[in-house]
Write a protein that binds this ligand. Structure first.
Ligand SMILES: [Zn+2]
Length: 331
């Protein structure tokens, strides 16, 4: 493995995957204009070259050929949720600051249920380090909280057990349960799965009446994409299978008759950092010392600068790389 983070591929551990056809979640089409092409520069697990295309009917972007679900453990080996030395893994103090100053505020619409706390049940899907579930635990010390992902690291499992958060280790497709939730959250999740429309159906089925769903996903209509183009970090080959616009995201939830009541953007320092690493030809597996490697998720100056740019964009009501939507199940 390269020590400096500069690209030097370890071809012996990389695999050529058998891909399957991608499809647009709105119209199931598999053809369109090529938007961007790339390789697994960040995590170097697979040898394939990937192509994002734009559906001609609804302008949605998706991978023309994507990895099969069975291959997900291969492509997520060494991912940022498991590798604390990686360039996109936040330093513990970065996580603390983000939690206190940003994430608690982001999840505040769930507080509408606060008076019923002892009876509440929440689920975070695609949790990784279960960051959302941990913030929910701070907001709701007495609620039942569940975190679901295909795989959690042993360290994360230990931490979640201490916080009395229930661990469900399987894909959402295989989570066969009668549990009904008051709130479901999926942060940077729907762009990673094959069929986000099916996930929304599933989430709706597992929400109680008036239950809330919170989603965060990249918005490709952002300044960062316009500046970096094919090097925009949110292409994230081959882990992002879909890239939505704000209109696309709203259409997706409305198709399931979920009622959006709030949407907008959050600061996304990660998008600027990932894009810069792509430009510089650096991977995400390692990071250099702070005085040599400026673009990683633990560098204070870079994080402050990237967050400041996004906060400036937000005051101008311009989209950042990260959009969110809140919706309610009303029927
Ligand atoms: Zn389409």
């Amino acid at each position: 493995m390269p020590r400096s983070g500069l690209i030097s591929y370890d071809f012996l551990t990389m695999q050529q995957l058998q891909l399957e056809n991608g499809s647009c979640p709105f119209c199931q089409n598999n053809n369109g204009r090529v938007v961007a092409q790339g390789i697994d520069q960040e995590y170097q697990r697979v040898l394939n070259r990937f192509t994002f295309i734009e559906c001609p009917f609804d302008h949605h972007w998706f991978l023309k050929s994507w990895p099969k679900l069975d291959d997900f453990p291969k492509i997520y080996e060494n991912y940022q949720t498991k590798n604390s030395q990686g360039a996109y893994s936040p330093h513990p103090w970065v996580r603390k600051i983000k939690e206190q100053f940003f994430d608690k505020h982001r999840l505040s619409p769930f507080l509408e249920f606060k008076s019923l706390e002892a009876q509440l049940r929440f689920l975070e899907v695609g949790s990784g380090k279960a960051h959302g579930a941990r913030v929910l635990r701070q907001l709701f010390p007495h609620a039942q909280i569940y975190a679901l992902d295909i795989e959690f690291s042993l360290h994360t499992k230990d931490e979640l057990k201490k916080l009395n958060i229930n661990i469900i280790e399987c894909s959402w497709e295989n989570f066969d349960t009668d549990l009904i939730f008051d709130g479901i959250m999926a942060v940077h999740f729907i762009e990673h799965i094959h069929h986000p429309q099916d996930f929304l159906k599933w989430a709706k089925k597992h929400l109680c009446k008036n239950g809330l769903l919170y989603l965060e996903t990249p918005n490709r209509n952002c300044l960062c994409y316009r500046i970096f183009g094919k090097n925009w970090g949110m292409f994230h080959y081959p882990r992002h299978l879909h890239l939505f616009t704000d209109i696309g995201l709203r259409n997706l939830v409305q198709k399931q008759n979920l009622q959006p009541f709030s949407f907008g953007h959050h600061s996304s320092a990660a998008a600027w950092i990932m894009s810069m690493r792509n430009v510089l030809g650096k991977n995400a597996l390692t990071k250099g010392p702070w005085y040599k490697d400026f673009f990683h998720y633990s560098h204070p100056l870079t994080l402050i600068l990237a967050t400041a740019i996004d906060l400036f964009l937000l005051t101008l009501k311009q989209p950042t790389s990260a959009q969110y939507i809140w919706c309610k199940k009303t029927e």
